[in-house]
Design a binder for this molecule. Structure first.
Ligand code: HEC
Ligand code: HEC
Ligand code: HEC
Ligand code: HEC
Ligand code: HEC
Ligand code: HEC
Ligand code: HEC
Ligand code: HEC
Length: 398
């Protein structure tokens, strides 16, 4: 080979690198001024250090002010090529199902467009599962920092509030309080903490698959405890997963596809074992066992109140004191949320989604106040008020 030939080949090999560099400069030439904050965050990232440029994630189709719509909005697939383990684990966990779960709710479609569009409400949190999954839910763009995602505050925007206040529960539990006193939010690998944070228990050693035994709904099938089974069947009818005769409806498919409940005892136990092992790193076997036994028993007690309340309202349907709902004839439908015609049905939904959740979630997150006063005590009050109102409705019918 002549010298000029090899020089030519060398230059040819250099071309893609030159064009990449040009592309990067092109993006920066506008975005340096246009979106300075984004460029600054990216420059502070490991991606910048490793040459992961704008166009690697956003493509190179958009290159002028008039074609911004051609920029690709990255999802889990974009990251998967370089972060196979994290993306694979994420896809097996519940975060990847968040968008599907939201859309499977019977009420989602009938909410006003202003409420559902624009990722302000439901979608603002469930976006974590949008389009296969959005990794920037915990490592926000464009820093994509590991340190940031290790901080329990990374979970707070979503795991808070009305029906899942895990952040509030954890941060005021002994675990959370000690964590804040000692760490002042300086993040080291979770194995080195004196007390656990969200990630220690739910993303064990950095595993991106999140799933728990009870799940959000606190339901499992099958149930060995006969009394509990009876109460649970009533709740499943109230959720429309079973029809009034106890046969599965199409909502059972949603439960299966969305992994809403563990549907075999092996599956349930496997999830439980995973988390029990974490506690045992710091507490004795018997201390841990007692804690879980008590929390399970609290859920059972909560289910007894819940089933009683559902049965009272169902009785009003049976006796035609409450009007049958066209699309769901016999049981009250808990999944209608706040879009219900009477105050007694509204109370039933709040009892289920706010107070039953707080009771059992508070027990597992070792927060006495959430378990008792925000949870159990409120359920007792709900049941009392539901009974009073049912009595009045029956009297006024006479
Ligand atoms: C000639 C200027 C220009 C160049 C070059 C340019 N952009 Fe943009 N880009 C814009 C403008 C203008 C917008 C719209 C900004 C707005 O809505 O405020 C935009 C928007 C975007 C968006 C957001 C799109 C959306 O739907 O919100 C992304 C992502 C993006 N650019 C990435 C890139 C990448 C990657 C490159 C390089 C391959 C690049 N840009 C090159 C001007 C430019
Ligand atoms: C590691 C991948 C990655 C790189 C590299 C990257 N981005 Fe992004 N970018 C994202 C993700 C993820 C989103 C959010 C997508 C979504 O909202 O669905 C995003 C969103 C954006 C947006 C729109 C959202 C907003 O906050 O305005 C702009 C503009 C943007 N990027 C510009 C850039 C520019 C300019 C660069 C280079 C300096 C860059 N990005 C580099 C992953 C990346
Ligand atoms: C072209 C390959 C590539 C793509 C695509 C890519 N990354 Fe990275 N990422 C890297 C490299 C290289 C590092 C640095 C690894 C190291 O230092 O060990 C990194 C590091 C990270 C880190 C760790 C940062 C830290 O603080 O230690 C996170 C988090 C991350 N990437 C998230 C993402 C996300 C989310 C996406 C998709 C939006 C993405 N990456 C897309 C190559 C990539
Ligand atoms: C952008 C919002 C968002 C962020 C941030 C977020 N999550 Fe989630 N998380 C969700 C949603 C939505 C679900 C429900 C998904 C489903 O079940 O379909 C969920 C589900 C879970 C579950 C599964 C519960 C079950 O059903 O078994 C665990 C555990 C969890 N998240 C832990 C975490 C932890 C720990 C963090 C922080 C490191 C975190 N999440 C950050 C929105 C978020
Ligand atoms: C503040 C953030 C946030 C908002 C707003 C939000 N969700 Fe969620 N949603 C979550 C989190 C976090 C979970 C998981 C909680 C848990 O497991 O304890 C969840 C769980 C769910 C589940 C149960 C999934 C399962 O597999 O168990 C459904 C269904 C759901 N949400 C639908 C909706 C709908 C519909 C809306 C709007 C009416 C909505 N969510 C609003 C964060 C949110
Ligand atoms: C629920 C929050 C959450 C989401 C969503 C999330 N991560 Fe992470 N990620 C973490 C946490 C926490 C760590 C730090 C684990 C540790 O080392 O303690 C981490 C660490 C990482 C690292 C660094 C790993 C290492 O060993 O250096 C990469 C890369 C990464 N994540 C990529 C991704 C990708 C890709 C996605 C989307 C598929 C994603 N993450 C989604 C919480 C999250
Ligand atoms: C000490 C360990 C521990 C810590 C720390 C912890 N959790 Fe949990 N979490 C649990 C246990 C135990 C369960 C119930 C597991 C089961 O069903 O077997 C649970 C359940 C959950 C669930 C499913 C619904 C529920 O609440 O029962 C979500 C979602 C969740 N945790 C999120 C979080 C978030 C977010 C944080 C941080 C703010 C956090 N957890 C902190 C142990 C922990
Ligand atoms: C990284 C170590 C660590 C892990 C993991 C851990 N704990 Fe703890 N836990 C502590 C420390 C330290 C305390 C404070 C001791 C005290 O209360 O005197 C504590 C306190 C407690 C308390 C007493 C709370 C109170 O209000 O007095 C209970 C109950 C508890 N943990 C249960 C659990 C359970 C259940 C798990 C697993 C789901 C778990 N812990 C995981 C370290 C840990």
């Amino acid at each position: 080979m002549k010298k000029t030939d090899s020089l030519f080949i060398f230059l040819l090999l250099l071309l893609p690198a030159i064009s990449l560099a040009q592309e990067k400069d092109l993006c920066l030439s506008c975005h340096q001024g246009l979106t300075r904050g984004i460029v600054k965050d990216w420059e502070a990232s490991k991606h910048f250090q490793n040459g992961v440029d704008c166009s690697i994630c956003h493509g190179d189709q958009h290159n002028s002010a008039s074609n911004a719509h051609l920029a690709i909005m990255p999802n889990v697939e974009t990251c998967e090529g370089c972060h196979t383990d994290q993306a694979g684990q994420f896809k097996e966990g519940k975060h990847a199902l968040a968008w599907i779960a939201m859309n499977a709710m019977p009420k989602t479609a009938s909410q006003p467009e202003e409420i559902m569009d624009g990722l302000k409400g439901c979608g603002g949190c469930h976006r974590i599962g949008l389009d296969g999954g959005k990794c920037d839910a915990c490592h926000t763009r464009h820093k994509f920092s590991r340190e940031e995602a290790r901080n329990p505050l990374a979970c707070a925007t979503c795991h808070m509030g009305f029906d899942h206040p895990q952040y509030e529960m954890w941060s005021t539990s002994k675990h959370g309080v000690i964590f804040q006193m000692e760490k002042n939010f300086q993040m080291e690998p979770s194995g080195t903490d004196r007390v656990p944070r969200c990630q220690t228990c739910h993303m064990i050693e950095g595993t991106h698959r999140v799933m728990t035994a009870w799940g959000f709904m606190g339901l499992r099938l099958p149930e060995e405890d006969k009394k509990w089974e009876e109460w649970r069947l009533t709740i499943l009818k109230g959720l429309g997963v079973l029809d009034p005769q106890g046969n599965p409806t199409s909502r059972m498919d949603v439960v299966k596809n969305g992994k809403v409940a563990r549907l075999s005892s092996e599956e349930w136990k496997a999830e439980r074992e995973r988390i029990v092992k974490v506690c045992k790193g710091c507490h004795s076997n018997s201390y841990v066992k007692e804690n879980f036994d008590r929390a399970d028993a609290i859920l059972k007690q909560a289910d007894s109140l819940m089933a009683e309340a559902i049965t009272v309202v169902e009785g009003l349907y049976q006796d035609k004191i409450l009007k049958k709902q066209a699309d769901y004839p016999m049981f009250p439908d808990l999944l209608k949320f706040y879009d219900v015609p009477t105050s007694i049905e509204l109370k039933l939904y709040v009892m289920f989604l706010e107070h039953r959740m707080r009771t059992f979630q508070g027990a597992f997150h070792i927060n006495p106040d959430y378990m008792h006063w925000y949870g159990w005590a409120e359920m007792k009050r709900d049941l009392w008020e539901i009974n009073e109102e049912a009595k009045k409705m029956r009297e006024s019918k006479k």
